[in-house]
Each structure stands twice: as structure tokens, then as C-alpha cells.
Design a protein around this ligand. Structure first.
Ligand SMILES: Nc1ncnc2c1ncn2[C@@H]1O[C@H](COP(=O)(O)OP(=O)(O)OP(=O)(O)O)[C@@H](O)[C@H]1O
Ligand SMILES: [Mg+2]
Length: 156
């Protein structure tokens, strides 16, 4: 007789979400709290995943408070962590009409590199509409043994 009961282990998704003022101070705080939360989830300070996630949060939060800022409105950071599988970083701002667009910065340009860094470090990233207003910039890190994850982990 074939058993219909499967014994797949249940997936636990851990979620952290918080709003911050749309200031450079708020962006720095988001970064610090993200690293603290990852450490509590046993992705320790100084680990490769923590370092990469810190850079992603820093770039996305800096963009939210410079390009996505609406005066008086906060931005929001959400981390969703599925151990051994996925770390998702969502940074939402309330400015819907302006969209992130990676550029091709000239040699002497001081800016325009943040999203190129996101593109290089994240397994994938995307911009999503947010209800009722604004957008979410999402970056994901695969933590499993896939090729893209291995590259992030520094293994050729
Ligand atoms: N959250 C956002 N809201 C609106 N526009 C954005 C957002 N993030 C990025 N952009 C747009 O995409 C462009 C490219 O972003 P990117 O982070 O690559 O460069 P930058 O922020 O201009 O410079 P740098 O990140 O190197 O300091 C920005 O100049 C901006 O026009
Ligand atoms: Mg930027």
C-alpha cells in the first residue's frame, strides 16, 4: 500500500519588519538592526551572509532615503529568513512614481554604483509595486548549494 503521508520537514520562515525615518540616520539604524537580527538568527556578525546582507541593506536603505523619500514618511525594512534556503531583504518606500534604474556610471562619476553592487551581490532582485502606495525593492540571497549561492559564498 502506498502511504499518502509525506515526511518533508516543515519550513520555518523567520520575519523581522520595522519602519525607520527617511534620513541617513534611519538608513544606518536599519543596517545595524538588520545585522543584529541576523546574528540572533545565527547568521553571525562577520559571516559572509551577514556581510553581504549588510551591504544590500545599506544600499537599498540609502536609496530609499535619498531617491524614494517622501517628506514625513518612513521607509520599511523586512527580512524574511528561511534557514538553509533563503534570505529575503525588502526595503519599501512611499515614492511610487520614481523607480530604481541601474545606470552605467562614468569613471569619474561619484554615484550610480549602488544597484550595480546589488545586482552583483544578490542572487536576484526586483522592484515590486506596494499597496496602497510606493514600491518595494527586494533582494534575495539563496543560501542553499546552488551555483549562485556558491559564488556568493566565495567558492569558485
Ligand atoms: N528607492 C528608489 N526610489 C526611486 N529611485 C531610485 C531608488 N533607488 C534607486 N533609484 C534610481 O536609480 C538610480 C541608480 O541607483 P544607484 O543606487 O545605482 O545609484 P545612486 O544611488 O545614484 O548612487 P550610489 O548608490 O552609487 O550612491 C538612482 O540614481 C535613482 O535615480
Ligand atoms: Mg544608491
Amino acid at each position: 500500500m502506498t502511504s499518502l503521508v509525506t515526511h518533508e520537514p516543515a519550513l520555518t520562515v523567520r520575519v523581522f519588519t520595522q519602519r525607520f525615518s527617511s534620513t541617513l540616520r534611519g538608513a544606518r539604524l536599519a543596517c545595524r538592526l538588520a545585522l543584529h537580527q541576523l546574528d540572533r538568527w545565527r547568521l553571525p556578525y562577520g559571516s559572509e551572509t551577514s556581510d553581504v546582507a549588510g551591504l544590500l541593506v545599506a544600499e537599498l536603505a540609502a536609496n530609499a532615503v535619498t531617491h524614494g523619500r517622501v517628506p514625513g514618511r518612513d521607509f520599511e525594512l523586512t527580512l524574511a529568513y528561511t534557514p538553509g534556503l533563503l534570505l529575503r531583504i525588502d526595503v519599501s518606500d512611499t515614492r511610487g512614481e520614481r523607480r530604481p534604474a541601474p545606470g552605467v556610471p562614468g569613471l569619474l562619476d561619484e554615484g550610480g554604483r549602488g544597484l550595480l553592487l546589488v545586482e552583483a551581490l544578490a542572487t536576484r532582485w526586483a522592484v515590486l509595486d506596494r499597496v496602497p502606495v510606493g514600491k518595494t525593492v527586494r533582494a534575495e540571497l539563496d543560501l542553499g548549494p546552488g551555483p549562485r549561492s556558491r559564488r556568493i559564498a566565495g567558492v569558485p
